[in-house]
Design a protein around this ligand. Structure first.
Ligand code: SAM
Length: 191
């Protein structure tokens, strides 16, 4: 799986997980939207959750979007299934409009951040955590562990999220993923 990052560069470079991945040649950074190749775009605002169905088959992905919709326009140039794309920017600038990237947009279901900046926060993962979560859901757990190994705290992400990641990876489609997520959200509400 190729890992690509639209790199905004407005976050602390010392703490930026995308820069560290690029340093180890685990991911490629792109300084403009135009230069970023289309793929599965990890977008917290996307309506559809990432699921194992997104890796099935080969070649070009279809968004599942309605004809003529914005989502369909974004994916029209042929997003590849073997390519994950994240937007690395500060959470302050990570608004819906910032994710204007070509490809098929997917949100990640309930997962908890383990990085020192946002430890314990649900849904707001940093870039390496988002890639690792997506890789696990798509059946590439070893690769997820490899990229997390670049960070001293990285293994904690897999430990904290072990059960949900395993359950999401066993789902067939995004409807099932959302049903599993509901279990965790209900637990959060009770806590
Ligand atoms: C906002 S940036 C913050 C990056 C941080 N500066 C770092 O050093 O890694 C994190 C990116 O990871 C992806 N991401 C994080 N949480 C996500 C979620 N719940 N669903 C989909 N993508 C997510 C998105 O591409 C998002 O823009």
């Amino acid at each position: 799986m190729e890992l690509h990052v639209r790199y905004e560069g407005d976050d602390d470079p010392e703490k930026c997980s995308a820069r560290r991945l690029a340093k180890f040649d685990d991911a490629e950074l792109h300084r403009s939207t135009r230069a970023t190749p289309p793929g599965i775009v990890l977008n917290p605002f996307a309506d559809r959750a990432l699921s194992p169905a997104d890796r099935e088959g080969t070649g070009v992905l279809r968004s599942g979007a309605t004809h003529g919709s914005e989502d369909e326009r974004r994916s029209s140039s042929g997003a590849r299934r073997d390519r994950l794309v994240a937007l690395d920017c500060s959470w302050e600038t990570a608004e819906r409009e910032a994710f204007d990237l070509e490809g098929v947009h997917r949100s990640l279901p309930f997962l908890v951040a383990a990085n020192p900046v946002n430890y314990g926060t649900a849904f707001q993962l940093n870039t390496v955590e988002a890639f690792a979560g997506a890789l696990c859901i798509l059946g590439e757990r070893e690769r997820a562990a490899e990229i997390l190994d670049r960070f001293s705290w990285g293994h904690t992400f897999l430990e904290l999220n072990e059960e949900p990641l395993r359950r999401y990876a066993d789902c067939t489609d995004s409807t099932e993923v959302l049903a599993v997520q509901d279990d965790y959200l209900a637990d959060e509400d009770e806590a």
